[in-house]
Design a protein around this ligand. Structure first.
Ligand SMILES: NC(=O)c1ccc[n+]([C@@H]2O[C@H](COP(=O)([O-])OP(=O)(O)OC[C@H]3O[C@@H](n4cnc5c(N)ncnc54)[C@H](OP(=O)(O)O)[C@@H]3O)[C@@H](O)[C@H]2O)c1
Length: 350
């Protein structure tokens, strides 16, 4: 059994931990907390050992904690860093590299420039095998992971027939549990979004992919609006949808009016954290006009990267093949079943 420490217990860290607790190959030795708040009590009530930074131990005197993060790191085989964007790099320098630890970082980090945490941005659909033997790997962000689930199958099927991808990312303002974050009543424009460049690290730097992004006042998922331009006539929507029928982590829905409908259904089905862990093609919005397919899909911002982290962890810790890791992740996340339930519920009314 391998020992894993999850450093950070916010939207992503708490989800990863919840799944790892059900994984018999893994012992979660603890989680790292930086603020002495009610989430410490929540975590201990879930049976988790909570650790705090050595320098802050005094601030946690009214909570039941198990020791310092530094001491926990000395005991573990792999760290999943789930800190706020940019802190992963700082942790790498101060905590992980000095201990020669294996680490997975999240999408708020970068793999370019002097703050790079790794030379690999992981996307299981695109580059699983490249993670073998690596010590430091970054999991792509939710938008970057979601785009890969659409782009890779399209390229596999249509290749050079596609001459351009244009994507507008409509990003959520905050996560459902981030109640302390106010959702501003504005539409914010993102200058030079990183998402296109991140996708190109696995999709190819010269791919004609053009991405722009805005942020809107919602907590209910991201929505990607994508136009795919073909050399000749574009395929019919039905041909496009059938391409995704067997894809992992992609559900094709017809009757969801908005992103909240999807989360509400996930809630009634008691999926963990109301996550679907996937993207959802809103098939009623797909059109094919002359040389262009227009499509929209929503991206479960908090859930989508959790099975990806699990796949990556298996490659790094156990060197499992893609197929072995995929089957094992499926046995814990039940993605096939979730996809089927979503597709049945949001099917075309007969
Ligand atoms: N939220 C999403 O939908 C989403 C999706 C994909 C990827 N990501 C990426 O995942 C990462 C984490 O995002 P999040 O949304 O989970 O953030 P979050 O909800 O704000 O949680 C961040 C956590 O990190 C802890 N923390 C603070 N300082 C830290 C440090 N120096 N080292 C380690 N942990 C520290 C915080 O602890 P305290 O609360 O105790 O202060 C908190 O538990 C980011 O890189 C983000 O870009 C987020």
């Amino acid at each position: 059994m391998k020992k894993v420490f999850v450093n950070g217990y916010g939207s992503i860290g708490s989800r990863i931990t919840a799944f790892l607790k059900d994984d018999p190959e893994i012992e979660v030795i603890g989680i790292g907390k930086y603020s002495p708040d009610e989430k410490v009590t929540f975590a201990t009530s879930k049976g988790l050992n909570v650790y705090a930074p050595e320098k802050k131990l005094h601030d946690f005197k009214n909570f039941k904690i198990s020791g310092s993060i530094e001491s926990a790191l000395d005991e573990c085989d792999l760290v999943i860093d789930a800190s706020p964007g940019g802190y992963g790099f700082k942790n790498k320098k101060t905590l992980y590299e000095p201990r020669n630890l294996m680490v997975i970082y999240q999408g708020g980090e970068t793999i370019v420039g002097d703050q790079a945490v790794s030379d690999l941005l992981f996307n299981s659909r695109a580059n699983y095998d490249l993670s073998f033997g690596k010590k430091h790997v970054m999991q792509g962000s939710c938008n970057v992971t979601g785009m890969g689930r659409i782009l890779e199958p399209l390229r596999d099927r249509f290749g050079d027939e596609i001459i351009r991808f244009d994507v507008t990312l409509v990003r959520r303002w905050a996560d459902i549990e981030q109640t302390e974050k106010k959702v501003e009543d504005t539409i914010e424009m993102t200058e030079k979004p990183h998402h296109g460049d991140d996708v190109k690290t696995y999709f190819g730097k010269d791919v004609p992919l053009f991405v722009r992004a805005i942020k809107v006042p919602t907590r209910q998922m991201h929505l990607h609006i994508m136009d795919i331009r073909f050399k000749n006539s574009a395929p019919k929507p039905s041909e496009l949808h059938s391409l995704f029928s067997k894809e992992f982590g992609v559900a094709t829905l017809w009757t969801a009016k908005g992103t909240k409908d999807v989360r509400d259904f996930a809630d009634t089905m008691r999926f963990n954290f109301t996550d679907t862990n996937m993207i959802h093609i809103h098939a009623n919005m797909t059109t094919s006009i002359e040389d262009t397919v227009q499509m929209m899909y929503s991206d479960d911002q908090t859930g989508i990267v959790i099975p990806e982290n699990h796949m990556l962890m298996q490659s790094m810790l156990f060197g499992k093949s893609y197929q072995e890791a995929f089957s094992y992740t499926e046995s814990l996340f039940h993605m096939k079943e979730k996809k089927q339930k979503l597709e049945e519920y949001f099917a075309i009314l007969g």
